[in-house]
Design a binder for this molecule. Structure first.
Ligand SMILES: Nc1ncnc2c1ncn2[C@@H]1O[C@H](COP(=O)(O)OP(=O)(O)OP(=O)(O)O)[C@@H](O)[C@H]1O
Ligand SMILES: Nc1ncnc2c1ncn2[C@@H]1O[C@H](COP(=O)(O)OP(=O)(O)OP(=O)(O)O)[C@@H](O)[C@H]1O
Ligand SMILES: [Mg+2]
Ligand SMILES: [Mg+2]
Lengths: 223, 223
């Protein structure tokens, strides 16, 4: 389903070059529940951003469903990001002027395939399952850190994506709340065959994963 | 050293009132290494913000070193925030246009009691101890999530505060990096008698703590 081939990501910082990813190759099977683990700064978010088509590699190719991403047209890419991929950001990236409800609803407004009644049903459903039914009207500044994280989770899942990229989705959650979120994701993985790709420091996620890929200093560690 | 007396914090949300803290009373001893634990949304950050003088209670009093905070003059409060208290925010709150070095240095520029040479020594020292010596020139947008968290940690500690308020300081760190940060804090607590008040979901912090205060739905749970 996902294939990363000899990917490099370099950043220019003044005169220096920072190599965030170096010759990374890996695959993710359809319906896999997979964790990417590694030290802070090792390249996990960078790799997730490339697979999630939020950023482009300096070298190498990314394949989503057999098609190379850089060969896709702008319309195909927009469609990929809207329908196939769901992204839960490490820093949430909620829209500050919108309420929790509106933040979850926002990407669905662009989906011509989702009628208004179904859209509202999904927003309500996902706010309930992440435990935020009573907080629908709160803006991000009126929410706790873990509540914002759960709005970001609900927003990504409500689109019913084929592949979910989850960048440390439990970082701001207590054990019990985090456990509930992971069970929800495991259930979606089992019932809908949704592919989950986590960047995580959470050992529970690693234990639940079908496979753990380890990264260090921009390179995959081959066991 | 710190006393919280019958504190309430209410927010108005449209016509409704959200009670984030309800009749909270607690104390923190000098040089204590203490954790506040509880579910997402239970009031931990709100309580830390009140003790850290970043916010004011709706009802009740906060005492820092025997003086009631609401009785302090603006100058006394500014001095308290600059010299006595160090705050590590759950969302880091770094200045986006400044580099890591400048972000750590920034609060120290206002300290007439710290000469330029000592200021530079401290900035360099704390960037080294949080593992960011090579990242001094990166801006926050050029840093990973855990690297930004560590800049926030270095910034709070470089002022040599008497009391550190740490809001989930290990949330974005892998086990090894997080362990290093906690050992650094434990050492400061032992050697300098620095008081640490953590909001945390991390069981390691709870295990290292002299005492764990549990909060749920805005109330302290009395064991
Ligand atoms: N400005 C606001 N208006 C309304 N409600 C608010 C506001 N700020 C916070 N709240 C509510 O107050 C409660 C406590 O928030 P707080 O940030 O203290 O929780 P927390 O324990 O730190 O949670 P987390 O572990 O998720 O960080 C939450 O339910 C939140 O929705
Ligand atoms: N725009 C940029 N310019 C320069 N370097 C960058 C930039 N963005 C990221 N980096 C560097 O790339 C490396 C990888 O970053 P990345 O965010 O992928 O790490 P991570 O594994 O997600 O870390 P964490 O666990 O702390 O979130 C880091 O060392 C970071 O400093
Ligand atoms: Mg990251
Ligand atoms: Mg909080």
């Amino acid at each position: 389903k996902v294939r990363v081939e000899h990917v490099w990501k370099e950043y220019k910082l003044g005169k220096q070059t920072v190599e965030a990813l170096r010759d990374v190759s890996m695959g993710v099977g359809e319906g896999e529940f997979m964790a990417i683990a590694g030290p802070s700064g090792s390249g996990k978010s960078t790799l997730l951003n490339l697979i999630g088509c939020i950023d482009t590699p300096t070298r190498g190719e990314i394949y989503i469903g057999n098609e190379e991403v850089s060969k896709k047209t702008p319309n195909q890419l927009a469609d990929l990001r809207a329908r196939t991929l769901g992204f839960i950001f490490q820093t949430f990236n909620l829209l500050p002027v919108l309420s929790a409800w509106e933040n979850v609803e926002y990407p669905l407004l662009y989906r011509k395939d989702i009628p208004p009644k179904e859209r509202r049903r999904r927003v309500a459903h996902y706010l309930v399952v992440v435990g935020l039914a009573d907080f629908a009207k709160h803006k991000p500044s009126e929410l706790s850190g873990g509540q914002r994280q759960r709005v970001a989770i609900a927003r990504a899942l409500a689109g019913h994506p084929v592949i979910v990229l989850a960048d440390e989705p439990t970082a701001n959650l207590d054990s019990k709340t985090g456990e509930g979120i992971l069970q929800l994701m495991k259930q979606l993985n089992r019932d809908e065959k949704t592919t989950f790709i986590f960047s995580t420091h959470d050992h529970r996620v690693m234990e639940m994963a079908d496979r753990v890929v380890r990264i260090s200093d921009g390179r995959i560690i081959v066991p």
